[in-house]
Design a protein around this ligand. Sequence first.
Ligand code: SF4
Ligand code: SF4
Ligand code: SF4
Length: 279
Amino acid sequence: MAPRKPKPKPKRAGDGETPGDVRPKLAVWKFASCDGCQLTLLDCEDALLEIAAKVEIANFPEASRAIVRGPYDVSLVEGSITTSHDAERIHTIRRASKVLVAIGACATSGGIQALRNFAEVGGWMTAVYGRPDAIPTLRASTPISDHVKVDFELHGCPISKEQLIRVLGAILRGNVPRLPHHSVCLDCKRNGTVCVTVAEGQPCLGPVTRCGCGALCPSHGRGCYGCFGPLAEANFGGMGRLLEVKGVDAAGRARLFRGIYGAAEAFRVESESHGRNRT
Ligand code: SF4
Ligand code: SF4
Ligand code: SF4
């Protein structure tokens, strides 16, 4: 008599798989960017293993060549829209995604490459490329939300891994992600960091920049340059006047606001109010 085959063990929820063996599909997409925000996901280490056990990683070119067809439960989108091809592809991704999260300065404001928005990009292309007509570059670098509906934006250049884990965890539990909403200054106070503006007169955008980094730069003795983007409802005009009082000239003030998040509305408007409209 042939030996009996052992019965397969039933799968249990909580073993890293949901009942019915169906795990939510997570996809990570890249547009114009440096890959730094995707690397933040890889940098989540142990937490990433926990996340990977709860989801099916369906598309993540930075980590795997395996591609699973959509639709996707959660899409993380890194990078800004800079070509006509990008502008078409983001619509395909949106249609295939139940929840779409834009991650990082590039995806949420256009990123450092949005400095092109303040200049004549055609002139640069002619200077750099032999065949500028072969480059399908758009005139401006734009955030994902300029093209499709975005369900949540996670800021930073790069994003914070603690915030990323928190947001992914909330989405996978079916909750609305919530993040702290305060300025970098408050984290300075909590850390007991001596203010570099008060103590040394250094320019610092901390009062108008959203939290996320734990006030990293001031803790190393330098001012914040706004890489987590403008804090909603902050007093940007007051920030500009403070910089002026501290002796930062108009070009310096404009340059400070026109950095990584320079295309975000509040920083762009304040930058232009200091009279420097071109990079
Ligand atoms: S936001 Fe910064 S770290 Fe993230 S992809 Fe863009 S340039 Fe890289
Ligand atoms: S160092 Fe910058 S972020 Fe920190 S308290 Fe002073 S102004 Fe605010
Ligand atoms: S530039 Fe500002 S927001 Fe960015 S890490 Fe430094 S302190 Fe944090």
